[in-house]
Design a protein around this ligand. Structure first.
Ligand code: 0GY
Length: 310
């Protein structure tokens, strides 16, 4: 029997690779646009996946990410640490330091992180930490541990990115509102888009943003939230319509606290893999005016990730 080398990883069953030949978007992003939510996976032979991971992805390298950035007409990326790398930030940091200053990052750190490690992450371009509350992605971390980490990163000017399901917001509310930093919510707090945008579930999220001006939202991942499903053909440019009212509501109400990202390479999608060109064409449906697009894609992410340039 041949024992595979320790760096050989087998993708989780049913894992879908990222879309190989994305179309060129019709929507032309404003100059300096930032893809504020994307990941790198490995490559596993260079940056092994974490032993505690809940899934094993396909490789998705920095080179492939930056080629996609150029193809989509974007200028910069925010690379968010993916759970398959645990708190080993090397792949993400490697992507940042090979970006010519065009990528910043969001890390995962544990309680024992040293000041020197935080400073080194900062020097590489990290500007936030991510707290993940999805049981299918991570094991439980006690809230006091997360609060301690938030207190450690606040003096660096970093923020906290939170990922949770809409149904859990009530239970997480006090924790989120106690955080001493800007708080960025992934994917609009994952609303159930079968419910109306003015229904209690999404309005609770709107209330969180209205009452807490330090809370921002990524108006991202229509492909993850949509129930109307993928476009029947990958030429159709009118996809994910059931998610539009949710994104549009947040863009209209909180124009200076919204971010957008591709979520490339789209972890854990089981039914279809989106054409990233179509995802870019979703933007004008949620941000119809040139001003809203500029704030969403340039002004807001620059203020959060490259404040020294604004
Ligand atoms: C996303 C969503 C997911 C996964 C991760 O870090 C991750 O593993 O973020 C997901 O499975 O919903 O934003 O990339």
């Amino acid at each position: 029997m041949t024992v595979p080398p320790p760096t050989a990883f087998t993708k989780s069953p049913g894992w879908l690779d990222w879309y190989p030949n994305p179309s060129r978007p019709r929507f032309v992003a404003p100059a300096g646009a930032v893809d504020a939510h994307c990941h790198v996976f490995g490559p596993g032979a260079e940056f092994p996946y974490a032993p505690e991971r809940k899934y094993t992805p396909c490789d998705a390298s920095k080179r492939q990410l930056y080629a996609l950035r150029d193809h989509l007409g974007f200028a910069r990326n925010v690379v968010v640490q993916a759970t398959c790398h645990g708190a080993d930030n090397r792949a993400m940091v490697d992507a940042l330091i090979h970006s010519d200053g065009r990528a910043r990052g969001v890390a995962t750190v544990r309680r024992g992180v040293t000041d020197a490690q935080l400073e080194s992450l900062h020097a590489a371009g990290v500007r936030g930490v991510r707290f993940n509350f999805l049981k299918r992605l991570v094991d439980f971390t006690p809230r006091e541990e997360l609060l301690e980490i938030a207190g450690r990163i606040a003096p660096l000017g970093w923020h906290v990115v939170v990922y949770f399901e809409a149904a859990d917001l009530g239970e997480l509310w006090d924790f989120f509102t106690a955080l001493p930093t800007t708080v960025v919510v992934d994917h609009m707090g994952r609303p159930d888009v079968r419910e109306p945008v003015d229904g209690p579930q999404f309005q609770r999220f709107v209330r969180l943003m209205r009452e807490h001006p330090n809370v921002w939202s990524k108006v991202s991942c229509p492909e993850r939230l949509s129930l109307s499903g993928p476009p029947a053909l990958h030429g159709e440019r009118n996809a994910y319509r059931d998610v539009v009212p949710f994104g549009r509501c947040l863009v209209e109400m909180f124009a200076d606290r919204v971010l957008w990202g591709t979520d490339w390479p789209h972890p854990n999608l089981k039914d279809h893999m989106p054409d990233d060109g179509l995802l870019v064409d979703f933007i004008p449906h949620i941000a119809p005016s040139a001003e809203a697009q500029r704030r969403l894609l340039v002004d807001n992410p620059m203020r959060l990730y490259w404040p020294e340039e604004t």
